[in-house]
Unconditional design. Structure first.
Length: 182
């Protein structure tokens, strides 16, 4: 009888231990693409004189990607740019010849604007150009409902009268963190 009671106690202990076992959070890493556009009107551009534009609001979709990766904002460790490309999309045949340099800042409510990418020498004859990325953690910007991109353009040439150039801002952000403990 003592052996049977010992076996029951051992089995209960084993079951309780197994039920209380905590999972170790797993590391996650994924990349999110975002794209928005800014219009650069030909009127008002002065060669070699920087001009600023701000994108419309960009929905971060933070709650969706946090849910999809079984994590929370507290478990996100960093958000960094892995790509920032500018692309001339309009009018038809538009290239980046009029652009000497581009600087891009990330903006969000309650956060200071932060420089994330730039290119001080956009080549002529191209319709797109990659920007050099700064190693900046933009977690506090992306985890809000929306963010914006502030663009500082220095023109090298004027656009034709009445022309408005549309520039697409194609970006990718790498998110690293951990899953939730279940």
């Amino acid at each position: 009888m003592n052996v049977l009671k010992l076996m029951q106690i051992g089995l209960c202990t084993l079951l309780l231990t197994a039920c209380n076992k905590k999972e170790t959070p797993k590391a996650i890493e994924f990349e999110l693409p975002y794209s928005t556009a800014v219009d650069i009107p030909g009127s008002g551009l002065t060669i070699n004189s920087p001009i600023e534009f701000t994108s419309s609001d960009i929905a971060s979709n933070a709650s969706s990607f946090l849910s999809n990766y079984s994590t929370s904002s507290d478990n996100i460790e960093s958000v960094r740019y892995t790509q920032f490309k500018i692309v001339a999309t309009a009018p038809s045949g538009q290239n980046l010849d009029f652009v000497k340099s581009f600087k891009l800042y990330m903006k969000a409510a309650g956060q200071p604007d932060v420089l994330v990418a730039s290119n001080e020498n956009i080549p002529t004859g191209v319709t797109n150009a990659d920007l050099s990325l700064l190693d900046v953690n933009v977690k506090n910007y992306l985890l809000q409902d929306k963010f914006q991109v502030r663009v500082v353009v220095t023109p090298r040439a004027a656009l034709a009268s009445g022309v408005t150039a549309k520039i697409s801002l194609d970006q990718k952000l790498k998110i690293t963190g951990k899953t939730l403990i279940k």
